[in-house]
Design a protein around this ligand. Sequence first.
Ligand code: ADP
Ligand code: MG
Length: 235
Amino acid sequence: MITIQNLTKVFRTEEVETAALSGISLEIKKGDFLTIMGPSGCGKSTLLNIIGLLDSASGGSYKLLDQEMIGLKEKGRANVRKENIGFIFQNFNLIDELSVYDNIELPLIYNNVKAAERKQKVEAIAEKLHISHRLKHFPQQLSGGQQQRVAVARALVNDPKIILADEPTGNLDSKNGNEVMELLTDLHAKGATILMVTHSDYDASFSQRTIHMKDGVVFSEKFNQRNVDVFMDVK
Ligand code: ADP
Ligand code: MG
């Protein structure tokens, strides 16, 4: 689904140049659940933002569904993004002025989905994530855990090809955090492709594979024991 080769990113301001990514190579297959870990500032969010087409790389190659993304202008990126990417953020990034319903509906509006189909899709995903009774509320009236469920609903409503989650449990207590992890694990079991940044070894243990980054490069990669066991059982 995703092939990244020697990806680089340099942030330039008038005074400084920061090499945020210094040659990342990575393969993500359909149905993978991959976590990225590493110290603050090592480039995790930068990598996720580039994969999610919220930002552009400085060099290298990034193929999404066999199509080269490097060199696409913002408009082209936005088109690929709205059809293929579901993004979940640490701070939920819900729009406070919009109801839960309207927040979840946004990606469908961006994709020119017709009104009747929008309603049906919003209601279906809300039911799946147990937030149907909250559709008329506003984000600030919800608990953190519920807000993140709304954010997950918004990320999923358009059936994205890949779900990107940047520290999705980072602002949640362990109970709500575990609920979000259960949700992601469940989605993965049903076939979703997920790439998640986390600081938590526990959260990472739900994924199949963990990549450790340091100073803008990948320095180790391991398959997670829990999942290796699961695969053994299946065999
Ligand atoms: P992480 O998510 O691993 O904490 P980031 O990807 O956010 O790390 O940041 C990687 C490096 O790039 C850091 O040195 C950070 O300061 C720098 N950086 C990130 N975004 C910007 C930006 N928009 N402008 C300038 N520097 C940035
Ligand atoms: Mg980050």
